[in-house]
Design a protein around this ligand. Structure first.
Ligand code: CUA
Length: 329
C-alpha cells in the first residue's frame, strides 16, 4: 500500500463509519454504530472547517493590517453591517438546527428497542458483569444471535457501574435501585470487548467481559449446550465453571495468591482462623454459610466486603462449588 492510499484511507476513516474500525474509531458492529459515527464525523468536520476559517482569517488580518511605520491612521470602522450580521446568525442557526434534529433522531433510535427484542438481564457488581437469559441461565459473557434486536435491562448490586461496548457505540450508566435500558442489533459475527466506564473501586479496570455474536443457529446451539451443565458435568467441573462465571474468581484466587478475599487453595478440610481469633474447619457447611452469609465468619486479615449470594445460587450450585474447592489442594 502506497503512502498516498494509506493517507486517503486514514482520511476516509475519519469521514465515514468503517465496519472494521481504524485509526479514528473502533469497529462498528451494530446497526446503531454507523448512525452515531456519521453524526460524530459531521460535527467534527464542521468544527474543523469553522476553526480553520476563523483562525485562518484572524491570522491573515493580524498580519495584513498590522501597524507599520509610514502607514496612515486607519479609517473609522463601520459599526453595523446588517447583511453580514444576518448571515453569521442565520447560517449557524441552521447548522445547529440540523445537528439537533439529526441528533434527536439518532438518540430516539438508540433508545427505542424494536417490539420483538430478545431480553437479557444484566447485573453489574464489584467487579463483574453477569447476564441472565430468559431460561434462567447465567453467563459471564453476553452471547447473542446476529441480526436480532437485543434489549438489555441492567441494574447494579452495589455502586454505579457503566456498561460500555465501543463496537456497538453503547454506553449506559448502571445505577443501583433502578433499571437502565439499552438495545442493539449486532451486524457482525465476532467477539467484542465490554468495559465498565464508571470508576467503581479496586477492580474497576478488570471489570471487562465480551459480547459474543453468533452466526444464525449458533446461539441456539450454544444455549442448549450450556444451559444444563449443572446436570451434565461432574459436580467439581460444574463448580469450576460457576466459580469463574459467577464472580468468585474476581476476589478469590485458586493458586494461593492474595487478593480481595482469601485464596481457596488448600482451604477445604483445614482449619481457618477467623477475624475474632476463633478457628473453624472449612467443611461443606462452612462453605455454604460463607456463600450465603459472608459476614458471619470473616477470615482473619480480610475485610467483610463479600456480597451475599442468597437467592442467587441454588443449593445444587453451592454443592458444586464446595466439590470444586475440594479439588484445590
Ligand atoms: Cu464497575 Cu467500574
Amino acid at each position: 500500500m502506497s503512502l498516498t492510499t494509506r493517507l486517503l484511507d486514514l482520511l476516509a476513516g475519519g469521514v465515514q463509519s468503517n465496519p472494521d474500525g481504524g485509526f479514528w474509531m473502533p469497529e462498528a458492529a451494530s446497526t446503531g454504530a454507523p448512525a452515531v459515527d456519521n453524526l460524530f464525523h459531521f460535527i467534527l468536520w464542521l468544527s474543523v472547517f469553522f476553526f480553520a476559517l476563523i483562525v485562518g482569517l484572524m491570522v491573515l488580518f493580524v498580519v495584513r493590517y498590522r501597524r507599520r511605520a509610514g502607514r496612515e491612521e486607519p479609517e473609522p470602522s463601520p459599526n453595523h453591517n446588517v447583511a453580514l450580521e444576518v448571515t453569521w446568525t442565520v447560517i449557524p442557526l441552521l447548522l445547529v438546527f440540523v445537528i439537533f434534529v439529526w441528533g434527536f433522531k439518532v438518540f430516539l433510535d438508540l433508545n427505542t428497542p424494536p417490539a420483538n427484542s430478545y431480553e437479557v438481564l444484566v447485573t453489574g457488581q464489584k467487579w463483574k458483569w453477569l447476564f441472565t437469559y430468559p431460561n434462567g441461565h447465567v453467563d459471564e459473557n453476553l452471547h447473542v444471535p446476529i441480526d436480532t434486536p437485543i434489549r438489555l435491562v441492567m441494574t447494579s448490586e452495589d455502586v454505579i457501574h457503566s456498561f460500555y461496548v465501543p463496537a456497538f457505540r453503547i454506553k449506559r450508566d448502571v445505577v443501583p435501585g433502578r433499571y437502565a435500558k439499552a438495545w442493539f442489533r449486532a451486524t457482525k459475527v465476532g467477539e467484542y470487548q465490554v468495559f465498565c466506564a464508571e470508576y467503581c473501586g479496586t477492580g474497576h479496570s478488570d471489570m471487562g467481559t465480551h459480547v459474543v455474536v453468533h452466526e444464525p443457529g449458533g446461539f441456539e446451539r450454544w444455549m442448549t449446550e450450556v444451559a444444563d451443565f449443572l446436570n451434565k458435568l461432574p459436580p467439581a467441573e460444574a463448580g469450576e465453571r460457576l466459580f469463574k462465571a459467577r464472580g468468585c474468581a474476581q476476589c478469590h484466587t485458586v493458586d494461593g495468591g492474595a487478593s480481595v478475599g482469601p485464596t481457596l487453595k488448600g482451604v477445604f478440610g483445614h482449619a481457618v482462623t477467623l477475624a475474632d481469633g476463633k478457628s473453624v474447619t472449612a467443611d461443606e457447611d462452612y462453605v455454604r454459610e460463607s456463600i450465603l452469609e459472608p459476614q458471619a465468619k470473616v477470615v482473619a486479615g480480610f475485610q467483610p466486603v463479600m456480597p451475599t449470594y442468597k437467592g442467587k445460587l441454588k443449593d445444587q450450585e453451592i454443592t458444586a462449588i464446595a466439590e470444586y474447592m475440594k479439588t484445590l489442594k
